[in-house]
Design a protein around this ligand. Structure first.
Ligand SMILES: Nc1ncnc2c1ncn2[C@@H]1O[C@H](COP(=O)(O)OP(=O)(O)OP(=O)(O)O)[C@@H](O)[C@H]1O
Length: 515
């Protein structure tokens, strides 16, 4: 059954349950007042049967209302949640934990809004309409009075209740994380007290907003209860009907308005559940082309990655290297130009999961046996047990693990963003060369180490979003320009005592030799 039909059924069940409750109260009131006049029992028999029937039916209808309503709304929320998770999973590091928390809150809010506002609102409209109609048949004036009372409590007063302000939960969670995980850094920087004071201010502001909403909602509810009582009294006075009927009409008015009081509960106003759309992920390809692509700092870049090709991307900080990889992996859509094909691999902030090393590695290749996992670890020079908790690894060991994971995934085009930045220069070069040798597909590597780049086919030198030099390492190493300058600096740092730079003039290492 479609969502709309299930929602309509839920509205009917809720309205029927409300009407049964109102009918029960009104009939019981009529019976009690009538009984006070000591009529023959036969005069009450229909009312007695009606009270018994409504008492039983009311429970069943309320159960059906909860069952059908929750089934419809939770089903819809479940679909929205799955869509949101797919979206986040497709663009993981564009979002982070705060976005995940926001999505969870949004979907919960939307679910609450549907269950506690939309459904009751529709049910109250049906219940209100029918009770006004029945009252008007008995006494048109009483019907008008009830309609006016319902209009005030069901339409006017709910507008005076402010929505619950956006949750400060995400901001406070971020502060809590900073103050616990980042405590030592904040203390060393002398910023701990300031940070704690900011968190306290955010918390106080959130509490003040919440108090404002609660105060307004309480005042509105009090006003609605006064209107409810006044309506019942006026109905009693103006109905012109006999005692039992007038009493029944007054209780009907009380019950009908009671249904609208739930509309005064303040709720957060969420986005519609259908708002989050999944991001279609293009399949991985073994060739990739960026055609005059611009994004962030990158300006009209054209790059082609051929099957099996090894490309290195170098350049100063902020040049756009990570942006280029984000475009290649589809994490970042181009602002202009066209990207054809998709790569996969490690971004510069890849995540190590709080689980054994085996589990972390199997994420990349669930079918890999322990031998294969150990071989990948050997390639990157990580000598640890597969059962070791990955969170206990040092910074350098984590990088090696992430690289091993990327190699195990073995996509047709593998992108690696500074995969050895945390290693000492000698180990960095060694691990880079081993990784390039073991990757079976094409590799696009962002690296600050230049010595190992003799093993790639082409080096792209980026600066301020543009390619300023490109070619094989051996050519660039002897061409005056930024690449040669950076290489000289690197070699001077690696061989501080040397008067000349031995590697620049050394025989070039062809990519084929190193694979
Ligand atoms: N998520 C983002 N949103 C907007 N701009 C960004 C984002 N990430 C990076 N940038 C900007 O894009 C530019 C290029 O950043 P990018 O990370 O691609 O440089 P990079 O060459 O990889 O630098 P580094 O070597 O420091 O990692 C920078 O000016 C940066 O401020």
């Amino acid at each position: 059954m479609s969502f709309d039909r299930r929602l309509a059924l839920a509205v009917l069940c809720a309205a029927a349950a409300d009407l049964a409750a109102i009918g029960l109260t009104a009939t019981a009131t009529w019976m009690i007042v009538r009984a006070a006049g000591h009529p023959p029992l036969a005069a009450l028999s229909v009312a007695i049967v009606a009270v018994r029937t409504l008492a039983v039916v009311r429970g069943g209808l309320r159960y059906a209302d909860r069952l059908v309503g929750h089934d419809a709304v939770l089903g819809k929320a479940g679909e929205a949640r799955a869509r949101s998770y797919r979206t986040l999973a497709a663009r993981p590091h564009r979002h982070g934990g705060a976005a995940l928390a926001a999505v969870v809150t949004d979907v919960n809010d939307a679910q609450e809004f549907l269950l506690r506002r939309q459904l009751p609102r529709l049910a109250a409209a049906v219940t209100g309409g029918l009770t006004v109609a029945v009252t008007a048949v008995v006494s048109p004036v009483a019907g008008l009075v009830l309609a006016a009372g319902l209009g005030i409590t069901g339409l006017v007063l709910p507008r005076l209740v402010p929505p619950v302000p956006p949750s400060a939960h995400a901001a406070l969670s971020a502060y809590a994380l900073d103050l616990t995980r980042g405590r030592d850094d904040l203390v060393v920087l002398g910023a701990f007290d300031r940070h704690r004071a900011e968190a306290a201010a955010v918390s106080r502001a959130a509490a003040a907003r919440q108090r404002h909403v609660t105060t307004r909602a309480s005042a509105t509810t009090a006003a609605a209860i006064l209107v409810q009582a006044a309506t019942a009294v006026v109905v009693l006075l103006v109905s012109g009907a006999g005692g039992p009927t007038a009493a029944a009409l007054a209780l009907t008015a009380l019950g009908a308005i009671e249904v609208t009081l739930q509309l005064l509960e303040p709720l957060r106003r969420p986005p519609p559940l259908a708002a989050v759309e999944p991001v279609p992920q293009a399949p991985l390809t073994d060739e990739l082309r960026l055609d005059r692509v611009s994004a962030r700092t990158l300006r009209e870049l054209t790059v082609t990655v051929h099957k099996g090709q090894r490309i290195a991307v170098v350049g100063p900080t902020g040049a756009g290297k990570s942006t280029l990889l984000d475009l290649m992996t589809g994490l970042l859509p181009p602002e202009s130009g066209q990207v054809t094909g998709r790569a996969s691999g490690n971004h510069d902030d890849a995540w190590v999961f709080a689980a054994p090393i085996r589990t972390n590695l199997r994420l990349a290749n669930p079918r890999a046996g322990d031998d294969e996992l150990l071989a990948a670890l050997t390639t990157v020079g990580l000598d640890v047990d597969l059962d070791t908790d990955a969170t206990t690894l040092s910074g350098g060991q984590r990088q090696r693990l992430l690289l091993a994971r990327a190699l195990l995934a073995d996509p047709p085009i593998l992108v690696l963003d500074e995969p050895v930045a945390a290693l000492d220069p000698a180990s960095a070069d060694e691990v880079l060369l081993a990784a390039l040798e073991h990757a079976t597909g094409a590799v696009v590597l962002v690296s600050h180490r230049l010595a190992a780049l003799a093993a790639v086919d082409e080096v792209l030198v980026l600066d301020q979003g543009k390619i300023v030099q490109r070619g094989p390492h051996t050519d660039l190493a002897i061409t005056p320009g930024p690449y040669r300058d950076a290489l000289l600096i690197e070699q001077a740092a690696t061989f501080p005592q040397a008067t000349s730079c031995p590697q620049i003039d050394a025989a070039p290492v062809s990519p084929a030799q190193t694979r």
